[in-house]
Write a protein that binds this ligand. Structure first.
Ligand code: SF4
Ligand code: SF4
Ligand code: FES
Length: 249
């Protein structure tokens, strides 16, 4: 089945822009990215859109479709009624470069602030041994494709540009949790998570979990355990005493 889809696409740059209406052919089995590409081929040759794999694995085609943060390559046109107008806009939390392309470098800056994996010094590559149960725990977090949809939807940054300095966002809470839960890791990132990355600003609304295309349970499996670890480390008197007496070298 082929039909004419009604699209409303945001066009502009960091100086401003507007939604523009288009009618574009759509065919059975297509996704929003196919129709955006057809629009680019037939009517708007200079439309800027970022994509790479078209398989939900590179994380580059993130946008807002009818206001919902989604991957364009994983959003089937059949999700919408053929008579419906589909609105495609760039991620709101990051500065627009042009049309549907945003500057997500904020995320790479936050990534660099997290100390990397720190195994014991005497352990050589090849000597790392982990139990399967420990592997399973961090495996979920390793599925992240860095689409930044969770970062985009988080109201702490989405509605408050001023929070960006002191808030790393859900993608980096799972990175911190992954390293904290690694049995061979020696670094302690709990103070950093709380004081520098703004873990305390998260009020567990779970919006990040809802939009994650990899179905990572960001809030339940990473953020809440990290909050518990911080609370235990800072406020549990027995843990405090234990830390004083048996401080890790
Ligand atoms: S659960 Fe926390 S990190 Fe996730 S969207 Fe809500 S406030 Fe942001
Ligand atoms: S955690 Fe999920 S939503 Fe966030 S960047 Fe990774 S894959 Fe995307
Ligand atoms: S094009 Fe790679 S995730 Fe969509």
């Amino acid at each position: 089945m082929s039909y004419q889809a009604n699209l409303r696409v945001w066009r502009g740059d960091d100086d401003g822009g507007a939604l523009q209406e288009f009618t574009v052919e759509a065919n059975e089995g297509e996704v929003v990215l196919d129709v955006i590409h057809r629009l680019q081929q037939t009517q708007a040759g200079d439309l800027a859109v970022r994509w790479n794999c078209k398989a939900g694995k590179c994380g580059s085609c993130s946008a807002e479709i009818n206001g919902m943060p989604r991957l364009m390559c994983m959003t089937r046109m059949s999700t919408f009624d053929p008579s419906e107008t589909i609105t495609v806009t760039p991620l709101r939390t990051f500065p627009v470069i042009r049309d549907l392309v945003t500057d997500v470098s904020f995320n790479y800056e936050k990534a660099r602030e997290i100390p990397s994996f720190t195994p014991p010094k005497e352990l050589q590559p090849g000597e790392y041994r982990m139990q399967q149960v420990d592997v399973n725990r961090s495996q979920e977090f390793r599925k992240c494709i860095e689409c930044f949809l969770c970062q985009n939807v988080c109201h702490v940054m989405r509605d408050h540009e001023e929070n960006k300095k002191a808030f790393a966002g859900p993608r980096y809470f799972i990175r911190t949790a992954e390293l904290e839960m690694h049995p061979l890791d020696q670094a302690d990132r709990r103070d950093l998570a709380q004081d520098e990355a703004g873990l305390g600003l998260c009020n567990i609304t779970k919006c990040c979990t809802e939009v994650c295309p990899e179905n990572i349970k960001i809030t339940d499996n990473a953020i809440i355990p990290m909050k518990e670890r911080v609370a235990g480390h800072r406020y549990d008197p027995l843990v405090w005493l234990g830390n004083k007496l048996f401080r890790r070298p």
